[in-house]
Design a protein around this ligand. Structure first.
Ligand code: G3P
Length: 224
């Protein structure tokens, strides 16, 4: 699946989806707030359904907004009802290290037919446990890993080797992009998917020497 878009901006999703170069979209409450989504759950629902419809059957990740075990389970089941291609983001643990989340993730995937994207992870070992709990996607914040002085590519390579070794079906999403280079380097390191900021997709696409070459072609075409 290679590339997802990390945004809740409808116009950005439309622009790159039309090009046929994205295979999904990821959001979270911070992205939605930054992108101007408002109106509480009603606003999240409206934005999510519009994106889900636009990119269907490609997956859209929408994150739960609480960390209470029952609250997460109920909300996750509701979010999943909004569209067939919505998977639900749940963090690996709570804000103080609460360990309830994996059991909720396991129940959603095994008892409630809800696809879960486990998020806010920083290490191969966290992702391995999430995959063993049955997660469909495991999101490792590679940009934050590098920011802390660890090597995201090493974590990705270790994780991919483990998932393949134990035939765990979870898809690795490398998130938290910081530069255009991240996309190819994290895919090469073993990520199944990189979720990228829209601006970095343009950075992948446009090359100054390509611009110069196209200009040369067009100038010479006129002279023909
Ligand atoms: O998908 C997760 C991503 O949005 C987090 O990115 O830049 O806040 O580390 P960042």
């Amino acid at each position: 699946m290679a590339i997802f878009l990390d945004t809740s901006k409808i116009k950005e999703v439309e622009k790159y989806h039309k090009m046929g170069i994205i295979r999904g979209v990821t959001t979270n409450p911070t992205i939605m707030l930054k992108d101007g989504v408002s109106g509480g759950m009603a606003g999240i629902k409206q934005c999510s359904i519009e994106i889900a419809k636009m990119i269907s059957p490609y997956p859209l990740s929408v994150e739960v907004t609480n960390n209470d075990p029952k609250g997460m389970l109920d909300q996750a089941r509701e979010l999943a009802q909004w569209a067939d291609n919505i998977n639900v983001k749940i963090t690996i643990h709570g804000p103080n290290g609460e360990l309830d989340n994996l059991a909720v993730i396991h129940d959603l995937e095994t008892k409630h037919n809800v696809r879960v994207n486990v998020t806010a992870m920083m290490s191969a070992q966290q992702c391995l446990l999430a995959a063993m709990a049955g997660a469909s996607y495991v999101s490792i914040f590679c940009g934050r890993v590098n920011n802390m002085g660890y090597n995201a590519c090493e974590e990705l390579a270790k994780l991919r080797q483990l998932l393949d070794q134990f035939s765990l079906p979870a898809q690795i999403i490398a998130a938290s992009t910081r530069e255009v280079l991240n996309v190819v380097e994290w895919l090469n390191a073993g990520a199944h998917i990189v979720t990228v900021l829209p601006s970095f997709l343009e950075g992948m696409l446009v090359h100054p020497y390509s611009k110069e070459t196209v200009k040369m072609f067009l100038d010479d075409a006129v002279k023909l």
